[in-house]
Design a protein around this ligand. Sequence first.
Ligand SMILES: NC(=O)c1ccc[n+]([C@@H]2O[C@H](COP(=O)([O-])OP(=O)(O)OC[C@H]3O[C@@H](n4cnc5c(N)ncnc54)[C@H](O)[C@@H]3O)[C@@H](O)[C@H]2O)c1
Ligand SMILES: O=C(O)C[C@H](O)C(=O)O
Ligand SMILES: [Mg+2]
Length: 437
Amino acid sequence: MVDKNIIRALMVETPSIPGNLGRLATAIGMAGADIGEIETDQVGPTSTMRKFTVHCEDDDQLKDVLKAIEELGGGIRLHAVSDDVLRAHEGGKIQMKSRLDVRSLSDLRRVYTPGVADVCRLIQREPQKAQIYTSIGNTVAIVTDGTAILGLGDIGPVPGMPVMEGKAALFDRFAGVSGVPILVDTKNPDEIIQTVKHISSGFGGILLEDIGSPHCFEVEERLKNDLQIPVMHDDQHGTAVVTLAAVISACKSAGVDLKDAEVGQIGLGAAGLAICRMFMAYGVKEVYGADKSDMAKERLIGYGGHVCDSLDELMETCDIVIATTGVPGLIKPEQVRKGQVLLALSNPKPEIEPEEALKAGAAYAADGRSVNNVLGFPGIFRGVLNARSGQITHPMLVGAAEAIAGCTKPGELVPHPLNPLVHEEVAQAVEAVAIRS
Ligand SMILES: NC(=O)c1ccc[n+]([C@@H]2O[C@H](COP(=O)([O-])OP(=O)(O)OC[C@H]3O[C@@H](n4cnc5c(N)ncnc54)[C@H](O)[C@@H]3O)[C@@H](O)[C@H]2O)c1
Ligand SMILES: O=C(O)C[C@H](O)C(=O)O
Ligand SMILES: [Mg+2]
């Protein structure tokens, strides 16, 4: 299925005559849309009401779908069109809930005052007891300044909140970690750092998310140095871990030694530079990069990478190409080399659709929906929090990448994020490295 960004739920009534459902599905498909789920809502004596989830490329395609259904006739009627994604966001996606029931007066005294005062005094005397008697050790701040929200760019922290809530939902679902979005209303690195430092005592870790480059590098570096709790910029290291895992799997399937491969990175921002650094630290000898910004290229040279002057040059030179530019359709099919591994990771739209890249001769291709840092960050934080480690180190990240690659089925690049084993394996690998060091 090609990436389609418009998702709508259509309520359609069809008379109970064999073949009607097929006619309807054909009409939707012929108008170019994909059908997701079909749910039966009501079965009446003469007709059935069903909800079709359809995925369209754009508004025009959606209009074509609606017109095609309306033109079917024979009693088939479109009753309603609703935006399911928007509806799912009504009221937000997360909430803070009490783990204890407060029903009786004695519950109240135990959970709150006067009982709670003794716990406060205990923590005052022995601060490390906060790890046992509060939620701090299981809570991670998800901090953004809104400057690089997905590939949408500098849209601000409040418009970025749905992404942060999404990350919190994934933390909860995959690792039992409480993620708390923190929206910082400044782009000034000093102010971001001060804000995070001032709130850090309430958290077991800090996940920096969608903070743009180059200020993300300074923000992460200084917070890592100054705080005693783990700090990780997801777009840098979470992405680098998952990318390394995907490339390890591709090389294993192709029988190629990754360390001898020529790896090319298009876009040397937060994600791209970290991917280059990860590959170099893993032992890949030749890492090439391209970016429209000279500063970004200089940064790669500073870390020992090679710069390509054009996209064409990089595509010609490299066996493995990764793109994180935020520019949909940047890579043209005619630039794809036969047998290449191509990971176009920009969300919400990739630099080249995997289907297009495979058609143009790529041996393996994937986009940012499958090769996504959701496979890394929940387990990485579960592992460091379990180990009560104060930092996330390079060996822990390599351990995480190898754990993801170890869960990947032959012929695939990464495992499915809904496979709970992946997150457990990542957590265990990270915890094991943390405890050893
Ligand atoms: N799949 C994942 O897990 C994942 C994780 C992180 C980021 N991403 C995606 O990667 C993209 C970039 O994110 P980021 O946080 O690194 O942003 P960023 O702004 O830090 O970096 C983007 C870089 O791309 C460069 N660039 C832009 N247009 C270019 C062009 N035409 N040619 C060459 N270089 C160009 C910019 O100069 C910049 O250095 C986003 O779309 C984001 O969604 C995906
Ligand atoms: O949030 C995602 O889907 C991945 C990543 O963090 C991104 O910024 O695109
Ligand atoms: Mg991100």
